[in-house]
Design a protein around this ligand. Structure first.
Ligand code: FE
Length: 157
């Protein structure tokens, strides 16, 4: 189990509060760097217009327009909403990967790889359990920023 990022987030709840707020599967992914089974998320093959929010704190993370089919079995995006997703180096499971978490609550989302499509070349490989999809919404701040990810290496979410 990887450690939670060591910084203060705008939304900070106790472990017990997170347990009560999230269902057990979401809690495991968001608060303990869990990974859902590939292909298990109903959001994986969903391409309707809308916005993907953090299932932990409700911050808008991705616009549906940046979602694509990576064939990985996890919902994948090439770019987050500016400032919504932060990354850090994850050395767990004998791999060096780029971990991705919500910038507001620190909830674990997935990992970032460098085999994504243009224009960023990045693949934000996300756990559907970390996301809350709202159809037909537009992100409040629809600016496009380039995510700053560290050098990612292969692997799954
Ligand atoms: Fe969050």
């Amino acid at each position: 189990m990887a450690e939670q990022p060591k910084k203060d987030f705008e939304v900070t709840l106790s472990d017990e509060e997170w347990r009560q707020k999230l269902n057990p599967a979401q809690y495991q992914v968001l608060r303990h760097h869990g990974t859902e089974r590939a292909g298990s998320s109903p959001l994986d093959k969903k391409y309707d217009p809308g916005v993907y929010y953090c299932a932990g704190c409700g911050q808008p993370l991705f616009e549906a327009a940046t979602k694509y089919n990576s064939r990985s079995g996890w919902p994948s995006f090439y770019e987050p909403i500016e400032g919504a997703v932060e990354t850090e180096t994850d050395r767990s499971h004998f791999m060096v990967r780029t971990e991705a978490h919500c910038s507001k609550c620190g909830g674990h989302l997935g990992h970032v790889f460098d085999d994504g499509p243009k224009p960023t070349g990045l693949r934000y490989c996300m756990n559907g359990l970390s996301l809350d999809f709202h159809a037909d919404e537009t992100a409040p701040e629809a600016e496009t920023g380039s995510g700053e990810a560290e050098k990612p290496t292969g692997g799954g979410a």
